[in-house]
Design a protein around this ligand. Sequence first.
Ligand code: C2E
Ligand code: CA
Ligand code: CA
Ligand code: CA
Length: 275
Amino acid sequence: AKADGRGTFRFFEPHMDVQLQARRALEVDLRKAAANGEFELFYQPQININLNEISGYEALLRWHHPERGLVPPAEFIPVIEDTGLIVTLGEWILDQSCKEAAKWPRNIHVAVNLSPVQFRNRGLVQSVSRALVASGLAPNRLELEITESVLLQDNEATVSMLHQLRRLGVRIAMDDFGTGYSSLSYLRSFPFDKIKIDQSFVREMSQRSDCLAIVQSVANLGSSLGMPTVAEGVETEEQLRQIQAAGCTDAQGYYFGRPRPARELVHTLEALRQT
Ligand code: C2E
Ligand code: CA
Ligand code: CA
Ligand code: CA
């Protein structure tokens, strides 16, 4: 055991490798984070590119670590999924984002990411329903983003939960489309309301004709299935022009705005109210 300098002990065996130690430390810190109020949701605008206006915001989790500062979600989300912390944190994310969105103009939605682990928990549908009731947010203003990995644990229970969520009146978006193994079959097993084209395709579109072809095909697919298609990771005007020409309906990316704390959205939203 080794003192960590604050009078507590962390039980690191000398042979434990550095990575494992770091991982344990992360777990310990994450268990305290929620109670200490270290989590915050940032919001990134989603733009309807035909009307050129904000249609909604995606809620993105941020962790303000007391010593390390802002820790990127890619680093800690896998850990909160493994430890099961995602279930209670996921409820907080739903509550918080619905409460926030209830203050926005009525035509603006909020998109919330759901982890596959949350679908293994029977209480998910009820948590969503509770968040809607508690906030007073109209269900059609809540969009749930799921990845193909949710459907990979492809059992009837998952599909049934998706249908129950749909019946609440919320929309379901397929996130990171194109990165999984058999995206097309998932579109058949569940009727999504929206497709989000993974940013890896958008990023390489201008150098690689195959990436551009994929973006165009997904936009066509969406249009023939009657599903809006969102291009993720749009950073330049050139990319915007390309996704527009490809027939995407919506866009999200640094070109339009980075994820920001809720309080910083106020100005943009006030401007929207006045138009
Ligand atoms: P995602 O759902 O695909 O979210 C989009 C990610 O792309 C976000 O990273 C966002 O900040 C980033 N991004 C947006 N526009 C651009 C751009 O123009 N260029 C580049 N390079 N990046 C852009 P972030 O916030 O680091 O989140 C990473 C992932 O962590 C998310 O990917 C999502 O899978 C997960 N995540 C974030 N928040 C939550 C949450 O509340 N719940 C769950 N279950 N997962 C979350
Ligand atoms: Ca997402
Ligand atoms: Ca995504
Ligand atoms: Ca992603």
